[in-house]
Design a protein around this ligand. Structure first.
Ligand code: ZN
Length: 274
């Protein structure tokens, strides 16, 4: 872990609090160059001394320097906090990836302070980005949870589901975590059957998206309807229906993988019509 005093003037810092980013009205991107950080912290916390004790995690190169992240435990003025989700759409890919990574590293540090085998305190390894338990010779790398996302299509229709947590809100693609020992394609078949009782075929991989809430890797597939009638089985799903590409309900925003996939489906179908 780096200390603030070791950093260069060309380095950058992401300051997080309660899984949100500390920002400043005059700084649009919450990746703050070192000379400005102290000023911001004096404004928000009343002092910047907290920086001298902070353990910073290196996130990666940015502009002419390195970007680090630290998590403020003290309470701050919440009006300076912005959520990553609210910034995503307007943000360039480089910044998005950096913040995504920073958030996952903060979660990782919080959750791997002790060895899961012997219970002793772990230490950050000198060379690997991993927490290490010396007696057990175990390494704890940042955790990544693979999760499939699937848009089932049937001609000009696609299957969208409303989830319990978005009740009265948008309809989205199906999704589910990959289980131990399972291949992603098997997850697609299993989840589609478990959630809506359909079989699918002709799976095609679309793209993936790192999703730091808290550490998913979303893996997107298109699949064609093969057989069955929609019967919602999963209690997390309130409703699931076929929707024509020209008559969709509210869907997730385009910066999410689900939104991207539905957008791609509509684009393909619209192209076919022309
Ligand atoms: Zn151990």
């Amino acid at each position: 872990m780096a200390k603030f005093t070791q950093l260069q003037e060309t380095d950058y810092l992401l300051v997080m609090h309660k899984q949100q980013l500390l920002s400043h009205a005059s700084i649009e991107i919450p990746i703050i160059q070192i000379p400005h950080v102290e000023k911001l912290l004096v404004k928000v916390l009343g002092n910047a001394n907290i920086l001298n004790e902070a353990e910073l995690i290196q996130v990666g190169p940015y502009a002419d320097g390195q970007c680090y992240v630290f998590d403020v435990f003290h309470s701050t003025d919440d009006s300076y906090l912005v959520s990553f989700r609210s910034l995503m759409q307007a943000m360039a890919n480089e910044e998005k990836q950096l913040i995504n990574r920073a958030m996952q590293l903060i979660t990782w540090r919080k959750q791997h302070q002790y060895c899961g085998q012997c219970g002793q305190k772990t230490r950050l390894h000198d060379e690997e980005q991993a927490f290490h338990c010396k007696p057990c010779e175990l390494f704890y790398y940042p955790r990544i949870s693979p999760c499939m996302m699937c848009l089932v299509t049937k001609g000009d229709y696609c299957l969208l589901a409303q989830h319990q947590k978005h009740r009265n809100g948008f309809y989205s693609t199906l999704a589910g975590f990959v289980e131990a020992g399972e291949e992603v394609e098997a997850t697609v078949h299993r989840e589609v059957m478990e959630e809506v009782s359909l079989t699918v075929s002709n799976l095609s991989y679309y793209t993936s998206q790192a999703w730091p809430f808290p550490h998913q890797l979303m893996i997107g597939y298109f699949a064609e309807y093969a057989s069955g009638d929609i019967v919602v089985q999963d209690k997390e799903i309130v409703d699931a229906q076929w929707f024509h590409y020209s008559d969709l309900p509210d869907i997730p925003p385009p910066e999410t993988l689900s939104g991207m996939m539905i957008g791609e489906f509509v684009k393909q179908r619209t192209k076919n019509v022309k």
